[in-house]
Write a protein that binds this ligand. Structure first.
Ligand SMILES: Cc1ncc(COP(=O)(O)O)c(C=O)c1O
Length: 387
């Protein structure tokens, strides 16, 4: 019940309490750092959940958004929008999928929702195959393909999604043989599961099996894509080309943008997909500015270099259960719960990190992070675990 102060017109609307919060409020950001109202500086090793790709408040990004909103912030998808075309053209070139087409939406879940829909329209089949511990978002189809019963409502539960273990090609083939599947949906690297890596052989095997059984291969690169692993997409480390790729998070550095890259064999028809906000002028300006910075500042190369450094230094630390990841997508698994360590990193060392499950610490910093920040994290981390 909301709290009342005695009069009906002075009821207070509270926030729907679904997020456990740290009692910290960043009010300003710059590069890899955020600041609270007192000016206290925090090193951001989490990028607001892999969203901050080019760093907080990058001047080129700020300027591009400010100029666009002053000119035209939004118009609907019923008129020409050359910014969308320019963005698709630039993205295709940067990521090596120039022959694919692009559909813009507003979030990762929505991108996956559209990807599933496309595969189902294309094949006329209704089932998708997903993987144990997968996370694909919270909209109906995406959450049904997410392996966490706690967030799947009875409405979302469906026999149209089946799960098999990651890296188990025999289980995949057994299911595909049964028929009825329009798609296999897999993360480039499983993020919420605690940075679980599909092997190169597994991804190549998935490509072979999906082609053999006439099923679309959808790569969810929402967390693992956009340069985070040192390649534009994580699946490019395995040398495969999926039929559909979904992107979001780092694509616009915090402006809500999602997208679907679609292979040439999918046919579009008017009305097939749609959105009010997706691909609006402001979203495109933000996404274009992000690509400018990624290219000009060679951030993918930087993610590779600083990521390798972090991974090699972490590998030298004894007492860790496992260190997993690629580039700046890193999971550090301990043999005990990680919540207290994360809390101490935040409140004593002023470093934001992420968690996954009970015992994995997740690092997803901006791709622009330097050695200085990596060393600062490593020192703080070692200090605390060696106590
Ligand atoms: C791999 C993956 N897919 C999909 C999503 C959902 O994205 P959004 O929260 O933008 O809907 C996430 C978010 O964490 C994710 O990590």
């Amino acid at each position: 019940m909301p709290e009342a102060c005695g009069f009906l017109n002075c009821l207070t609307m509270n926030l729907f309490d679904v997020y456990p919060l740290y009692p910290i409020e960043p009010v300003r950001g710059k590069g890899c750092y955020v600041y609270d109202a007192e000016g206290l500086e925090y090193l951001d090793m989490y990028g607001g959940h892999a969203v901050i790709s080019i760093g907080h408040a990058h001047p080129h990004y700020v300027d591009a958004i400010a100029r666009q909103v002053a000119a035209l912030g939004f118009y609907s998808n019923s008129v020409e929008n050359s910014l969308q075309k320019e963005f698709a053209l630039r993205l295709g070139k940067v990521c090596g999928y120039e022959d694919y087409s692009f559909f813009m939406c507003n979030s990762g879940a929505e991108a996956n929702e559209n990807a599933i829909k496309l595969a189902s329209f294309h094949s006329g089949k209704e089932k998708i195959l997903a993987f144990s511990q997968a996370f694909h978002g919270r909209t109906s189809g995406a959450v049904a393909a997410t392996d966490n019963p706690k967030i799947v409502s009875p409405f979302n539960r469906t026999a149209n999604v089946e799960f098999v273990p990651l890296n188990d090609l025999v289980a995949v083939e057994t299911k595909l043989k049964e028929g009825g599947f329009c798609a296999v949906l897999v993360e480039g690297i499983q993020g919420v599961a605690g940075i679980q890596m599909p092997t190169g052989d597994f991804l190549r095997g998935l490509r072979r099996l999906t082609t053999q059984y006439g099923v679309s291969l959808i790569l969810d690169e929402i967390q693992s894509g956009y340069g985070r692993t040192g390649k534009f997409f994580a699946h490019q480390l395995a040398g495969i080309r999926p039929d559909i790729i979904t992107v979001a998070k780092g694509i616009a550095n915090g402006f809500p943008v999602g997208g679907v890259l679609i292979a040439p064999h999918f046919e579009a028809w008017h009305g097939m997909l749609g959105t009010t906000f997706g691909g609006n002028h402001l979203a495109c300006a933000a996404a274009l500015a992000v690509l400018d910075v990624i290219e000009n500042e060679k951030l993918i190369e930087n993610a590779n270099e600083v990521g390798e450094y972090l991974l090699s230094e972490l590998a030298k630390i004894s007492g860790l259960k496992e260190v997993r990841g690629k580039g700046l997508m890193i999971g550090i698994e301990l043999d005990k719960p990680v919540a207290e360590l994360r809390r101490r990193l935040l409140f004593e060392k002023h470093i934001f990190t992420g968690g996954a499950g009970v015992s994995t610490l997740r690092l997803l910093p901006a791709l622009s992070i330097g050695r200085k920040e990596a060393d600062c994290f490593l020192k703080a981390f070692k200090d605390l675990i060696n106590e």
